[in-house]
Design a protein around this ligand. Structure first.
Ligand code: 5GP
Length: 225
């Protein structure tokens, strides 16, 4: 188990009868245009214990994006330095650009007992799975139909026709990885999908292995404490 999966807040570690929880890493993957960004934003609004992992990327900033909120936009030299210093939890080339998850922010959030949401592709998910399987919960979001996916992909005014064509091809490629995920949601209705993600998160938070101090707690119950 790698160090970032240790999520027990130090101050509650030694209290007898106190149940605390390991933080978890919630990954949402989907082809572009399946509605994942909207679902992620809603989840962050609704759940105070969830924080977003902000990736680094070498791609150009799109209009409306904010450095430090949507991504940390860095140049390829900086990206390579982060890879070499092992500052990234995972990294991958997606389309023609490089993306990666900075390790320190995730470690800090998990140490503070917060769950972390990741918007990363299947390559990154595989790497996280290898590094921290027990702490990982992965969800794949599928679009409701091919027409709707096409509509959503062409509807993004920021990108050129060439970029859109590439996205279509990549969407098919990305979708072929659906079966590597723990859960699959077909995004027919955003609110329903958000409710499904919340239900998954709630159930996963209650997993026995994530609740630390249960044995002591039950012993206390049995002893009438
Ligand atoms: P976009 O450029 O449209 O924001 O993202 C393109 C793709 O890159 C999306 O599928 C997104 O999930 C993925 N992506 C974003 N950040 C990361 C990251 O840090 N690691 C990996 N592996 N994929 C990422």
């Amino acid at each position: 188990m790698s160090s970032f999966s240790s999520t027990v807040p130090a101050d509650t570690d030694s209290l007898p009868g106190h149940i605390h929880r390991r933080g978890l890493m919630l990954v949402l993957s989907s082809p572009s245009g399946a509605g994942k960004t909207t679902i992620s934003r809603r989840m962050l609004d609704l759940d105070a214990n969830l924080s977003m992992s902000v990736s680094v990327t070498t791609r150009a900033m799109r209009p409306g994006e904010v450095h430090g909120r949507d991504y940390f936009f860095i140049d390829p030299t900086e990206f390579n330095m982060m890879v070499n210093r092992r500052d990234l939890l995972e990294h991958a080339k997606v389309f023609d650009n490089y993306y990666g998850t900075p390790k320190s922010a995730v470690e800090q959030a998990l140490q503070a007992g917060k769950d972390v949401l990741f918007d990363i592709d299947w390559q990154g998910t595989q790497q996280l799975k290898e590094a921290a399987r027990d702490d990982l919960v992965s969800i794949f979001i599928l679009p409701p139909g091919a027409r709707e996916l096409e509509r959503r992909l062409t509807g993004r005014a920021q990108d050129s026709a060439e970029v859109i064509a590439k996205r279509m091809a990549k969407a098919n490629d990305e979708m072929s990885h659906w079966s590597e995920y723990d859960y699959v949601i077909v995004n027919r209705d955003v609110e329903e999908s958000v409710a499904a993600v919340r239900a998954i998160l709630q159930a996963e938070r209650l997993r026995r292995r994530r609740q630390i101090g249960l044995s002591e707690f039950v012993r206390g119950l049995q002893a009438g404490l």
